[in-house]
Design a protein around this ligand. Structure first.
Ligand SMILES: O=C(O)[C@H](O)[C@@H](O)[C@H](O)[C@H](O)COP(=O)(O)O
Length: 260
């Protein structure tokens, strides 16, 4: 497990803009070296804020949108097109404004899709889609994600892995259904920690005063069952992108001064 790196920006708008610039560079570099890139998106205000900043970024179209695979870390199990679905919000924030290859946009199943209301079947189907996309070098589970992004909840949840619930304890499956999530809606599909940890880089997005406690707990050695964000790390890099408010309870020794 690599030591998390922290970057603290002055406020949440600057954090979103800086994270978007960082993501553009990461995607462009991946496409230059391997011909394509693979990114896992996250829902929530910080995740969508980053997508909106990316949509407005001057260098946005340095990305070859046709050679980008998009996956999701989690999804609210709602009907197709529901405004509360992460993919709906991502489309509004960015995806509908760029020329993606629709075959490379891998939304998680909706509750009125081929699996009906069976969220566990929907989760299993997404796990199979990931496995089909994995190459031999990925040990057959999930493709190599260049960047997997995660918003952080005030209770330290990431994706739909909530403290103490069964999904965060999963050690074999890559995708599971979530029943009774404390953050509405209660039924969700989520990647598990083993899937998250397959990513080259994991970026955790935390902005706002309401994330200060979660960041301090997750970064002070808490266990992943009680603090799922503590278990979210990449194979090569784990990066926390915070604003000053979310970093306000961290030991000063943990991070450099906020950017001006
Ligand atoms: O489906 C979801 O709700 C998200 O994927 C969830 O994991 C989110 O990223 C965090 O709850 C942070 O959300 P905010 O950025 O809105 O605080």
């Amino acid at each position: 497990m690599n030591t998390p790196q922290l970057v603290v920006h002055h406020d949440k708008e600057l954090m979103a803009q800086a994270a978007a610039a960082r993501l553009i560079t990461k995607i462009v570099d991946a496409q230059a070296s391997r011909g394509s890139a693979s990114v896992v998106l996250t829902g929530g205000r910080n995740g969508n804020g980053l997508l909106a900043a990316l949509a407005a970024a001057p260098a946005r179209d340095a990305i070859d949108w046709g050679r980008l695979d998009l996956w999701w870390g989690d999804e609210r199990f709602l009907p197709e097109g529901d405004p509360d679905r992460n993919v709906t919000q991502a489309r509004e924030a960015l995806l509908d404004s760029v020329p993606l290859d629709p075959k490379r946009v891998h939304a998680m199943p909706a509750s009125d899709g081929p699996y009906g209301s069976d969220v566990d079947a929907a989760a299993a189907a997404y796990a199979e889609e990931l496995a089909r996309a994995a190459g031999p070098e990925n040990h057959g589970a999930v493709p190599t994600f260049d960047v997997l992004m995660l918003g952080v909840g005030p209770d330290t949840h990431v994706a739909s892995l909530f403290p103490e619930l069964p999904a965060v304890r999963e050690t074999d499956r890559t995708v599971v259904g979530v029943h009774g999530a404390p953050k509405p809606p209660p039924t969700r599909v989520t990647l598990t920690l083993p899937a998250i940890r397959a990513a080259r880089e994991v970026w955790l997005l935390a902005a706002g005063e309401d994330k200060a406690g979660a960041a301090a707990i997750a970064l002070s050695g808490a266990g992943e069952i009680q603090a799922p964000a503590a278990g979210a790390y990449g194979r090569a890099r784990t990066l926390w992108l915070l604003d000053s408010a979310a970093a306000s309870q961290l030991p000063r020794s943990l991070y450099p001064p906020a950017s001006p």
